[in-house]
Ligand binder design. Structure first.
Ligand code: GAL
Length: 465
């Protein structure tokens, strides 16, 4: 009988292993901490029933209080890199102007502690969380917010630039556009293509201004944007389906990828936007800022592919994204049964090769990938969650990532979503993603099987399968 052969997947020297999280999803708030309401706090205050089990952003995983313990868990699970974000509403409660000194002390302690543990730190400025007072004056539809963000970014670089040298401008900027201006999963829950285009353009301009500020203030600091570069695969080879896939990528990935990395918007996107009278208010000076301030590297979040087909004729009546492409439910797809999402490991390879071939082989990191599981407590054995499905999920994606690197893609690290079960927007704690379990009642933290496995992965800089 043939003995199955195993391969050791060795990653390049210095490859980073770690995870990502965000301020609004972990910190929680405590009375008197000086934080103001973010758009999420406000939304929860008026519509708590929208949030799973009515758990709101105040009750996230108490990192604000327990950060020392959590940072020690980073070490125990083999992290060599970690990403979190600053909450704008904590640092500058009124959106502009006065800085909350308690927030400065908190973030300085957190960042110093992470560095003290020898973990590389990457800090994101914006993870879907706008101070609510800025939403009240129009949010990202209002150009003033762009300049408020620039000033917030400069404050962060000034306050923490001595500890943090690697920054992120925005996490998944297309998500608030799609979910908040073309859908109802983020506040302000509008469906308005014109507003969506304006918000997307303003966000890109804000990101480019932050890149500019970062380089002006510390020429040796690096800054990136994190994009969910979900590849779109057509249902068939028909030209209608292929066009739908091209348009899906144009709206959902190239709309930020091209200006952030190449400094320009794709011609086809500009002409579609023009044709439908959706052009945002723009100036040549702003386009020059975008052109001249591209990112140093890229963060990529990848969970599942987008399968698309040509839209149906009736979806063209009122203009939405559905007028350009429709989702396709592919029969026989591999699925994560505990979350309902498709699993398609090769997507990560395709992303790596796309960046190599069309984006100057820019340096990139996987900044999110992971497996959400509902009802994970049923996998507990002798007190520990035996999440073999998560280990397998990570391994299978890493095999494809390894192949992309072998084929020349410039990936420098892999960061899981996430190190400890955290609060995930409207889904709250429904799906668990962590290497560490969080008990919601006692706030106890227990390392899962995957957490011990991840440490070995990091120590060996690879794994056998
Ligand atoms: C991502 C997002 C994270 C987290 C994750 C898992 O899209 O960046 O904040 O919620 O999904 O749901």
């Amino acid at each position: 009988m043939a003995v199955p052969t195993e391969t050791f997947y060795q990653f390049p020297e210095g490859f980073l292993w770690g995870s990502s999280t965000s301020g609004p999803q972990t910190e929680g708030t405590v009375e008197g901490d000086g934080k103001s309401m973010s758009n999420w706090d406000y939304w929860y205050s008026i519509a708590p029933e929208k949030f799973h089990a009515q758990i709101g952003p105040k009750d996230t995983s108490t990192f604000y209080k327990n950060y020392r313990k959590d940072i020690s868990l980073l070490k125990e699970t083999g992290h060599t890199v970690f990403r979190t974000s600053i909450q704008w509403s904590r640092l500058i409660p009124k959106g502009t102007g006065e800085v909350n000194q308690q927030a400065v002390a908190f973030y300085r302690e957190v960042f110093s502690e992470i560095k003290k543990q020898g973990i590389q730190l990457i800090v994101n400025l914006y993870h879907f969380d706008l101070p609510y007072c800025l939403q009240e004056i129009g949010g990202w539809e209002n150009k003033e917010i762009v300049y408020a963000f620039e000033s917030y970014a400069r404050t962060c670089f000034d306050l923490f630039g001595d500890i943090v040298d690697t920054w992120i401008t925005f996490n998944e900027p297309i998500v608030p556009v799609e979910c908040g201006y073309l859908g109802e999963y983020h506040y302000p829950c509008k469906v308005d293509m014109k507003a969506a285009v304006q918000v997307a353009y303003h966000t890109q301009l804000a990101s480019s201004l932050a890149v500019k500020a970062c380089h002006e203030m510390n020429s040796n600091h690096k800054i990136c944007i994190v994009l969910n570069l979900t590849p779109a695969y057509p249902r068939s080879e028909s030209s209608e389906d292929k066009t739908a896939a091209r348009l899906a990528e144009l709206f959902q990935t190239k709309s930020f990828l091209d200006p952030s990395v190449l400094g320009t918007y794709p011609e086809e996107l500009i002409s579609i936007v023009k044709e439908h009278d959706l052009l945002p208010e723009w100036t040549q000076e702003e386009l020059d800022i975008i052109k001249e301030n591209t990112v140093d590297f890229l963060g990529v979040n990848y969970y599942q592919p987008l399968r698309v087909q040509a839209p149906s004729a009736d979806s063209k009546e009122k203009l939405t994204l559905d007028s350009f492409f429709a989702p396709y439910d592919m029969p026989g797809k591999k699925i994560n049964p505990h979350r309902g999402w498709e699993i398609y490991e090769k997507g990560i390879y395709d992303i790596g090769i796309n960046l190599k071939e069309h984006y100057g082989n820019i340096e990139w990191l996987v900044t999110e990938n992971g497996m959400g599981v509902e009802g994970e407590e049923k996998f507990r054995k002798d007190g520990v969650i035996e999440d073999d499905y998560r280990i397998e999920f990570i391994e299978d994606h890493l095999i494809e990532l390894h192949r992309a690197i072998q084929d020349g893609s410039n990936c420098k690290g892999y960061m899981l979503w996430t190190f400890i079960d955290c609060w995930s927007w409207l889904n709250a704690y429904k799906n668990r993603y962590g290497l560490v379990e969080l008990n919601l009642e006692s706030q106890e933290r227990i390392i899962k099987k995957s957490g011990y496995w991840f440490k070995e992965l990091s120590q060996n800089n690879g794994f056998r399968k």
